[in-house]
Design a protein. Structure first.
Length: 202
């Protein structure tokens, strides 16, 4: 794997370098850069569903050069914070759908503190989906030193948080994407949804 590529199952390259240009300006798939116009066999619009309970939702305003034009709509999702309307509204089986959960650093520590059991149930539900991911608005160094960044300090041990995330990711086959900030997390979330629509739309 080339050092500037973004692997499928983690949010960093093998040398820990983020590829911001890839997220902002286009789509990399293997060794080739894909064209920025949607293939004729793919839908020409994409509707992203945003869970009504999202307290600080992405509006995807930072996304540049989308391959598929898109809109967002509020909906009550069974699990996760973002999915695709064309799959959910058509009643497609979860194994044919994508779902993404967003977490800020504060959300993450709250979910693995007093909300631990509820968060694990979320992972369990996401395990039924064809592709499930948790996108975190902080990178691993920030996750390991939360009280340097949180407005309200936490007593939850960072080592416990990391061990739990890795265990649940493997146990329930949910991908983890720690990101270097909210903007990157927003763009990555969009690119994952767009990629799924391009590959799986009938």
């Amino acid at each position: 794997m080339r050092t500037n590529e973004l692997p499928m199952r983690c949010g960093v390259t093998c040398r820990g370098e983020y590829r911001q240009h890839w997220i902002e300006s286009g789509d990399a798939d293997g060794a080739t850069i894909m064209p920025r116009t949607a293939p004729a066999t793919v839908q020409q619009t994409m509707t992203i569903r945003v869970d009504t309970r999202e307290q600080n939702p992405f509006d995807f305003a930072s996304v540049a050069s989308p391959v598929i034009p898109f809109t967002t709509v509020k909906a009550t999702l069974q699990t996760g914070d973002y999915d695709l309307a064309s799959f959910a509204d058509a009643g497609r089986d979860p194994i044919e759908q994508i779902v993404i959960e967003r977490k800020s650093l504060a959300d993450l520590y709250g979910s693995l503190g007093h909300g631990r059991e509820r968060f694990e149930r979320e992972f369990q539900r996401m395990a039924d989906y064809g592709y499930a991911a948790v996108v975190i608005e902080s990178d691993w160094p920030q996750i390991m030193r939360p009280n340097d960044y949180l407005r309200h300090p936490t007593l939850v041990r960072p080592k416990s948080v990391v061990q739990t995330l890795l265990a649940w990711s493997q146990r329930y086959e949910v991908h983890l994407y720690p990101c270097p900030g909210r903007r990157f997390a927003e763009q990555l979330t969009h690119r994952m949804l767009e990629r799924w629509a391009r590959d799986h739309e009938r």
